[in-house]
Ligand binder design. Sequence first.
Ligand code: ADP
Ligand code: MG
Length: 422
Amino acid sequence: MNKRNIFLIYIVFGVLWIMITDFLVQVYAPTDLFMIFQRMKGILYVVLTGSVFYLILGKIEELNSSKEQEEKLSTLINSMVDFVNFKDGEGRWLEANNFGLKLFQLEDVDYRGKKDSELASYTDFYREALINNEKLDEEAWKNKKITRCEELLPVPDGTHKYFEMIKVPLFYNDGSRKALVVIGRDITDRKQAEEQIRKSEKLSIVGELAASVGHEIRNPLTSIKGFVQLLQENDNKNGTYYDIMIKELNRIDHIVGELLLLAKPQKIHFSTYNIKEVLTDVVSLLEPQANMNNVSIKVKQLENVWIDCEKNQLKQLFINLVKNALEASDEKGEVLVTLVKDQDHVIINVEDKGIGISEQFLERLGEPFYSSKEKGTGLGLTVSHKIVHQHDGEIYFTSEEGVGTKVEVVLPIKNAKSLSNS
Ligand SMILES: Nc1ncnc2c1ncn2[C@@H]1O[C@H](COP(=O)(O)OP(=O)(O)O)[C@@H](O)[C@H]1O
Ligand SMILES: [Mg+2]
């Protein structure tokens, strides 16, 4: 009821009261008691209206205090650095803090009373995440207790954030759903630190393993290979078997070689070398393999850039990258190697239009033994990462499944004479 209506009711009631009671007093009250009746009805009017005012003031006080409580609650949840959301028993949003609204790009949306699936239509980017929320909420309802789960949310800058979601379902006494409290905590940093520890532990195990068994394997391997070659020369019946044996022995040798590259410590000697020469050497080395697979290797914008480096290691690095690009390419594919230079850095890109890398796999690239190939070692990129870091550089992978992959290696040009296009 608004103020105007209350005022009108008061006026109408007051006028009616005066008219009706005046009429009743005039008709029924004995003339000698007329004044007493008049006074009594006046007092009654004051008491009645006074009680109504008292009730109204009480209500206003109640309203103010509940508003104050609401403000306190909203200040509290908005000051939290977690995502906080209250939903009713049917999953409709009742209250969400600013962090949550910003997270799901719902800042300008009148979200109250809407379900996640309805809110999904306000944001293209978080559509799927919001729809998925409903499924996760349902699990919490079914569990009938505090449920924790991890959610991977995309961020517009192309990265992801890990959230630990805590869902607290509340029920009425009869068991029906009352409300759901959702709290989401950003645990991306923790996750990354855990991942880093996992990777470095794996790497140090590989390093130790390589150092201890690498040489032990290589020595007998060399003698076995020698004897197989000797047998092959004197036996012209089993040629194919010997070929296979030598091929497989070479494979073992290659794996051990990569393991040894990972083993520490390793002495490396830096010298000033033209990176263009490294790249042309690598391309001519891998051209036969490319031709065999009907893939062409194109080199563009190669200019002379001298950098401080260990040339054999850089060769190894680009062999690994170009080889991977070749192996990922279909027939008639194309691998593009380009070189860009700015004042302090040289950027070498190796691009292919091959099978691409899935998002989950992309995160784990460089981890030892992580390979998608039947005969892969999963060591090539581990070695590549190590070489790039030894050169104080960075390596970045961008890839889309079915479209292709781009590997970007950024190396500093330190203390080296840099002569372009000479
Ligand atoms: N250019 C690329 N295109 C698609 N996948 C790639 C590419 N480069 C690397 N990969 C993926 O990374 C994995 C690890 O590569 P790597 O360490 O060289 O080991 P390997 O080549 O022995 O499998 C490969 O198995 C492959 O799945
Ligand atoms: Mg490889």
